[in-house]
Design a binder for this molecule. Structure first.
Ligand code: HPA
Ligand code: ZN
Length: 322
């Protein structure tokens, strides 16, 4: 339809994409072969068939297994270049890419190889791309501090930090000190909150971590006061519709609360999260939402506008799109 055509072709920014989540099964197998890494799946099809999740943790287990084939700087380059080509095809003009260094340093990969490989692919792309280093929240704050220290020689190659991995049981307060340090360093701050975790985790991310965006955040609607606050502060939510269905945050796209978030005046955006695992890059997320929810042209324009407004682009760059 005309609306879906407009949604797919409109210039947009992507603000919630884990680069390790863009690793397609074909590339996992190619890198496994190139690096001599054994895989517990006999074929690309067998691996893809294992992408049957019932919650965040069941996804994370397979996502970390897939990332185990990444060893060399060139591997990180190839993965990122493949994502940026998909983003360009979806009319993404700017993307802020998450990466999980601890997933790789734990296997002995130098953090410089991780950052340089991803960054070099960004520099070679004609899509504007910046990097956000994410701490794994199932690990300790001490581990996060060590990761930050190891990354500081590459400070010019990332613009901010985030917080991802297993949410429930690992509330934002666990990372209050390391986020305070990142704030002093002038890094932008974001955190996953309110995906599987309760509204209290969103409050803690705002009050204790001082984040500038909430990743997911869809559970905020369970708390009327919190919703009002997020609206009045123009705090953006980076919503990932297909992820939320695959990880059963909502049972069906018809039940997704994207429209309620917009109707509540929130700066909601649409993003892909882990496109290789949830079977859809950013345009597939827009299309799935627009096909299942009563969203119209105004919503399309609002979502595109929100994506640039909520980005960390300099104001003059944002203004070109707003
Ligand atoms: N939530 C938490 N951690 C993640 C996700 C997510 O959606 N994707 C990759 N790591
Ligand atoms: Zn995410």
């Amino acid at each position: 339809t005309q609306l879906l055509h407009i949604v797919q072709n409109m210039p947009k920014a992507e603000l919630h994409i884990h680069i390790e989540g863009s690793l397609e099964p074909e590339l996992i197998f190619a890198l496994a072969q190139r690096n001599g890494v054994p895989l517990s799946y006999p074929s690309v099809d067998a691996l893809r068939a294992a992408y049957d999740f019932h919650d965040l943790q069941s996804f994370l287990d397979i996502y970390y297994a897939g990332a185990s084939v990444l060893l060399k700087e060139q591997d990180f380059y190839d993965m990122t270049a493949a994502y940026l080509a998909k983003a360009k095809a979806d009319h993404v003009r700017h993307t802020e890419i998450f990466f999980d260094p601890q997933t790789h340093t734990a296997r002995g990969v130098p953090i410089g190889d991780v950052i340089n490989g991803i960054h070099r692919a960004c520099a070679d792309s004609d899509v504007s791309a910046t990097l956000i280093l994410c701490f794994l929240r199932h690990l300790s704050e001490e581990d996060a501090f060590a990761t930050l220290d190891a990354a500081l020689p590459y400070r010019d190659k990332f613009i901010g930090v985030g917080l991802d991995s297993s949410e429930v049981g690992h509330p934002p307060e666990k990372f209050e000190r390391v986020f305070a340090r990142c704030r002093e360093l002038g890094l932008h701050l974001v955190a996953h909150a309110g995906e599987e975790g309760p509204p209290a985790y969103i409050r803690a991310a705002l009050d204790l971590l001082h984040v500038e965006r909430i990743d997911h955040g869809v559970r905020c609607l369970e708390d009327v006061d919190l919703t009002r606050r997020i609206a009045s502060e123009k705090m953006a939510l980076t919503v990932c519709p297909l992820s939320n269905i695959k990880l059963r945050v909502f049972d069906h796209m018809r039940e997704h609360n994207l429209l309620q978030l917009l109707d509540a005046g929130l700066v909601a955006t649409v993003n892909s999260d882990d496109p290789a695992y949830f079977r859809g890059y950013v345009n597939a997320n827009y299309v799935a939402a627009f096909e299942s929810l009563p969203l119209g042209l105004q919503h399309a324009h609002q979502l595109a506008k929100n994506s640039f407004a909520a980005s960390f682009l300099p104001q003059a760059e944002k203004d070109k799109y707003l």
